[in-house]
Design a protein around this ligand. Structure first.
Ligand code: ZN
Ligand code: ZN
Length: 131
């Protein structure tokens, strides 16, 4: 008899213990959710700042001023896409004399102002041309 009563007591104690812990768990979950949302937001803000900070490609208008050429017969390679130039493809010659496919170079110059090959500054060269 005694043992049965004691078991019940233990059960009750366990229930009480869980009951006390329950609200804390919910608040911890809520806090975790908020913490995660804050981290996500912070990351988004950080990312957009980085994008603004490092987005220093060449504006499309200036890209149009680069020297366009039609490719003749050649077995040279575009070092952005690593494909050979085909005859009559539109290519761009940078002021440093390196040549690339127009589409390859334009998407490159959206993010960078430098020649992918020799790293010379295309934007500076374009500005010099305008002077
Ligand atoms: Zn290419
Ligand atoms: Zn170059």
């Amino acid at each position: 008899m005694i043992s049965i009563v004691e078991e019940r007591k233990e059960e009750q104690q366990n229930q009480e213990f869980e009951f006390e812990e329950y609200p804390f768990r919910i608040w911890e979950q809520v806090a975790d959710q908020y913490r995660q949302e804050i981290v996500t937001l912070q990351h988004q803000i950080w990312q957009s700042n980085i994008d603004k900070f490092y987005q220093k490609g060449i504006p499309k208008k200036l890209q149009q001023k680069l020297k366009k050429m039609k490719m003749g017969k050649s077995n040279r390679q575009c070092s952005i896409c690593c494909n050979n130039f085909q005859k009559d493809e539109t290519i761009i010659q940078l002021p440093c004399k390196h040549i690339y496919h127009q589409s390859c170079l334009f998407s490159w110059l959206d993010h960078s102002t430098k020649c992918p090959n020799c790293r010379s500054d295309v934007l500076e060269a374009l500005k010099d041309q305008e002077k």
